[in-house]
Design a protein around this ligand. Structure first.
Ligand code: GLN
Length: 287
């Protein structure tokens, strides 16, 4: 590219076109977010002076990111963050990038929070679910534990807790493996891996190539982790405690069935903004 072109609007246009030519779906948005990330310039300030020049170093950095994005590396892996529930979470290739659909799970859980509750977030990843619950709940004295099989993911969760100034406990282990043996939880939330193995290959490349495989793979029918979590949950959840899952849009009936069989009642399904089943939850009715 011509070394003389340093006006920010030219750079933005070039970035956008390179992404469009590479078939990146949201080329314009991604080109903008990368520009903002590199230069720190806000939209208002950009439109105030689109002819302003930016430093060569920033330009080089910008086109480096554009080239990385062309390889389908997710935008959030380049900027290192993702907004979720109005908070900013650090992410990297070891955690699933927080999705807007998951906000439905958090909102449903928030409506059910009471003072003094103990919450468990199973498969916490970046910690986005647990940390949003702890940050946004109005009830006093709520405490939370997050668990994940991935040490690298937990490192991200711990740093998110520190950055957001939230106290939470994080435990590494295979599901309930290291959670202790008491029935102390009033609420268990989880967005476990739920994509059937055979479906993963057909997903968009950003997900298939760069989201951690262990965070996606729900084995043969996608229900592997729901079966285990539902079954094992009854040793950890209190009577009248609430179990809430994010689900794949075709899994509501199956997951509700598993919960009913294990002793959950008042099982409900909630839809996401696209009108698809997204959350299943119910109360534990046993001892
Ligand atoms: N709980 C995390 C999230 O919702 C991670 C979920 C996962 O790894 N399947 O983003």
């Amino acid at each position: 590219m011509n070394q003389k072109i340093l006006a920010i609007q030219e750079i933005y246009r070039e970035g956008k076109e390179r992404l469009e030519r590479a078939g990146i779906l949201e080329a314009e948005l991604d080109a903008w977010y990368l520009l903002e990330h590199v230069t720190g310039i806000s939209k208002a300030s950009y439109y105030g002076n689109p002819a302003r020049e930016i430093r060569r170093q920033e330009k080089e950095q910008y086109f480096y990111y554009i080239e990385e994005r062309k390889k389908r590396i997710p935008l959030q892996h380049l900027t290192g963050e993702q907004g979720f529930m109005g908070l900013v979470f650090c992410v990297n290739r070891h955690v699933l990038i927080p999705r807007q659909d998951t906000e439905i799970l958090v909102e449903t859980a928030l409506e059910r929070m009471k003072p003094g509750m103990q919450i468990l977030d199973m498969c916490t990843g970046s910690g986005c679910i647990l940390l949003s619950l702890l940050k946004l709940c109005k009830a006093e004295g709520v405490t939370g534990t997050g668990t994940d099989i991935s040490k690298e993911a937990l490192r991200v969760a711990v740093s998110n807790a520190e950055r957001l100034g939230i106290r939470a406990k994080f435990v590494q282990g295979d599901l309930f493996e290291n959670i202790g043996s008491q029935k102390i939880f009033d609420m268990i939330v989880s967005n476990p891996p739920y994509i059937p193995t055979a479906v993963i290959d057909g997903l968009q490349e950003e997900v298939k190539l760069y989201d951690p495989y262990v965070a996606l793979d729900g084995r043969e029918d996608g229900l592997f982790f729901y079966r285990r979590i539902v079954k094992e949950s009854i040793s950890y959840i209190k009577r009248d405690g609430c179990l809430l899952f994010e689900i794949g849009c075709e899994q509501a009936e199956a997951v509700a069935g598993l919960m009913e069989k294990a002793g959950y009642k008042d099982i409900r399904v909630k839809k996401d903004l696209a009108g698809l089943d997204r959350v299943v939850y119910g109360m534990y009715n046993g001892e």
